[in-house]
Design a protein around this ligand. Structure first.
Ligand SMILES: [Zn+2]
Length: 508
C-alpha cells in the first residue's frame, strides 16, 4: 500500500481553501510603520504576529516522512527534537538539558513495527471444510505496538478481561488451557470507577495493558488478540508473545455460531463478575514484523528564557507539550492533532514571547516531552529529575491535542483558577473563543503528561480542544491523524492566549 494514499483529499482541499483565506487576512499591509513603543503595544503587535499559517507549517513539518512518526528512541524522533531546538535557539532561548545541552536523556525501550503483517481466521463450515478470512490492516486490526516478531497459528481461546485475581475470587484463566494458543482479551476491568470507586480500586491494577500481556504470557499463550483497535505502544514488550489489536468485525466472527454474541458475553461478565472463558473451536494466524530495542534512549527538550526580576527570576512559568507520537505501524502514524498541534502552538507562543521583547519578571521554561505515548515516561522522568525546583514552578500549562475543533478546554482549571483566569483575561480581551475550565476527574491513570506534575502538587493545567465535526473515519492513533484535518484558526487563537497568559503569569 502506498504511504501517500490521500483518502482525505476533499478535506485537504477545504483545508487549503481555509489556509488561503487566513493567509489573505494575515498578510494585510502593516498597520504600524514604526516599531511599537510601549510594552503593551509590543505585546499586542506580537500577538497579532501569531499566524495560523506558520503554526500549520509547523504541524506539516512535524508530521512529514523525515521524522517518521516521532516514536521516542528512533532517529526520526531525535531529528524532530533537533528541529525544535533550531527554532528555540534562533529565538533566544537557552538550553537547560543535561551538561549544558538542550536534551534530558532517559532510558526508553521501544519497538519498531514494520510492514509485513497478517491476521486471519479459519472458520469451520457446517457441511465440513473451512473458509479462511483475512482481515484488513487498519480498518479491522493493527499489529500490536509491543508485539514480538513472528507468526503464530493456533486455536483461539476467549479469556474475558485476562485477569487472575485470587483476592477477588476471579480468574479468567481458570479451566481453560491456553498453552501455545492465542488468547482473546478485553481491555480495562469488568467494572468502571463508578459507582463503587473503592471496589474499582481493587480491580485497577488488573486493568493495565502491560499486566494483561504479562498474564497471558505467564499462562503460556503464544499470541494475544486484544479488543483495543488503536495503535498504542503504552505496554511492555514480552519476548515470544505475538500481539494484535482487533475491532468488533474480528470479534463477531470469532463468536459467530456460539450461544452468546461478543456483546452479550461481555455484558454477562460485567453483570455477574464471573469469567466466561472458553475455546472458540477456531484457529487464527497472527503475523507481525517488529524489532525491539531494549537499549533505546529517549529525550525531553528543555529551554529557558531567564526572567529579569532579581526576586522572581527563580520562579518559572512552564509551557509543555509532548513531541512524540507512534512511529510506524505498517505505515507512518503522523500524529498531527496528537500532538504536533501542541508543539506547534507552544512554538508559536514561545516565538511571540521573545519577539515581543516584553520584560518578564519570572523565567519561562519550555518542556517538550518524549515517550508520552509509551507511558508518559518523559514527563515522569522530568518531574523526578527536575532542572529547576518543582516548588519554584508558578504555573505549568500543558498543551495536549489542540489542533481540531472550536472550543478550548482547560483541565484542572478548577483546581488552579489563577492559571485559568490568566488565560481568560487574554481570551476576553483579544480572542473571544469558547473556553471553559474543568475539574480533573481522571487521575486514576497517568494518561497525560500533566498527571505527574499534578501528583507533585505543581500548579498545572492541561489544555485541549474539542468540537470538531465528526470525520467519516477514526483519526485517534490511526494513520488518519494528518495535518489536513487540523483547524488552523483554533491553533492560532490558542497560541495567542498561551502567549498572553504566559506573559501575564510571569509578571503578575
Ligand atoms: Zn496519543
Amino acid at each position: 500500500m502506498s504511504r501517500f494514499r490521500f483518502t482525505a483529499r476533499p478535506l485537504a482541499f477545504v483545508a487549503s481553501l481555509a489556509l488561503a483565506v487566513s493567509a489573505a487576512t494575515a498578510q494585510q499591509p502593516s498597520r504600524a510603520p514604526q516599531a511599537p513603543q510601549t510594552p503593551q503595544d509590543r505585546l499586542v503587535a506580537a500577538m497579532h504576529g501569531v499566524s495560523s499559517n506558520v503554526i500549520l507549517d509547523y504541524v506539516k513539518e512535524m508530521t512529514s516522512e523525515k521524522f517518521g512518526g516521532r516514536l521516542t528512541g528512533t532517529p526520526g524522533y531525535d531529528a524532530s527534537a533537533a528541529w525544535t531546538v533550531g527554532l528555540l535557539k534562533g529565538w533566544g532561548y537557552q538550553p537547560m538539558g543535561d551538561q549544558g545541552s538542550w536534551y534530558q536523556k532517559f532510558p526508553n525501550p521501544y519497538t519498531l513495527v514494520l510492514p509485513g503483517t497478517e491476521l486471519s481466521l479459519r472458520v469451520p463450515q457446517p457441511g465440513g471444510g473451512e473458509i479462511v478470512k483475512s482481515y484488513r490492516w487498519e480498518t479491522e486490526y493493527y499489529q500490536g505496538s509491543t508485539s514480538d516478531a513472528g507468526k503464530v497459528t493456533a486455536e483461539a481461546v476467549y479469556v474475558g478481561y485476562g485477569v487472575t485475581a485470587p483476592e477477588l475470587g476471579y480468574d479468567d484463566y481458570a479451566g481453560v488451557d491456553v498453552k501455545g494458543k492465542i488468547v482473546v482479551v478485553e481491555p480495562e476491568a469488568p467494572m468502571g470507577p463508578m459507582p463503587d470507586t473503592a471496589l474499582f480500586k481493587k480491580w485497577r491494577p488488573y486493568s493495565f495493558h502491560s499486566y494483561k500481556i504479562e498474564n497471558a504470557a505467564k499462562h503460556g499463550a503464544a499470541g494475544k488478540v486484544y479488543n483495543y483497535h488503536i495503535v498504542n505502544p503504552n505496554a511492555r514488550f514480552v519476548k515470544g508473545l505475538i500481539l494484535s489489536y482487533v475491532n468488533e468485525v474480528v470479534l463477531n466472527d470469532l463468536f459467530a455460531g456460539l450461544p452468546m454474541s461478543h456483546r452479550q458475553t461481555v455484558d454477562q461478565i460485567r453483570k455477574t463478575l464471573k469469567p466466561a472463558s472458553r475455546a472458540f473451536g477456531k484457529t487464527m494466524t497472527l503475523m507481525n514484523t517488529t524489532v525491539h530495542h531494549p537499549e533505546g534512549i529517549g529525550s525531553n527538550v528543555i529551554g529557558v528564557l531567564p526572567g529579569s526580576d532579581p526576586a522572581l527570576k527563580d520562579e518559572y512559568v512552564v509551557l509543555g507539550a509532548h513531541l512524540d507520537h507512534l512511529g510506524y505501524n505498517h505505515e507512518m502514524m503522523p500524529g498531527a492533532h496528537d500532538n504536533a498541534s501542541g508543539v506547534a502552538v507552544l512554538l508559536a507562543a514561545a516565538e511571540a514571547i521573545t519577539k515581543s521583547k516584553v520584560p518578564l519578571k519570572r523565567s519561562v521554561l519550555l518542556l517538550l516531552f518524549g515517550a508520552e505515548e509509551q507511558g508518559v515516561w518523559g514527563s515522569e522522568y522530568y518531574v523526578n529529575h527536575p532542572v529547576v525546583p518543582n516548588a519554584k514552578i508558578a504555573a505549568f500549562l500543558n498543551l495536549e491535542s489542540v489542533g481540531r475543533g472550536e472550543r478550548i478546554g482547560v483541565s484542572s482549571g478548577v483546581e488552579y483558577p489563577a492559571i485559568f483566569e490568566a488565560m481568560k483575561r487574554a481570551n476576553d480581551a483579544y480572542v473571544h473563543r469558547a473556553m471553559g475550565a474543568f475539574a480533573n476527574l481522571n487521575l486514576a491513570r497517568p494518561r497525560q503528561d500533566a498527571a505527574h506534575f499534578l501528583w507533585a502538587k505543581i500548579p498545572t493545567v492541561s489544555i485541549g480542544t474539542s468540537g470538531a465535526p465528526p470525520l467519516p473515519y477514526a483519526s485517534y492513533h490511526t494513520t488518519k491523524d494528518r495535518w489536513e484535518i487540523m483547524t488552523p484558526e483554533i491553533m492560532e487563537d490558542l497560541a495567542r492566549i498561551t502567549f498572553l497568559a504566559t506573559v501575564d503569569l510571569a509578571n503578575r
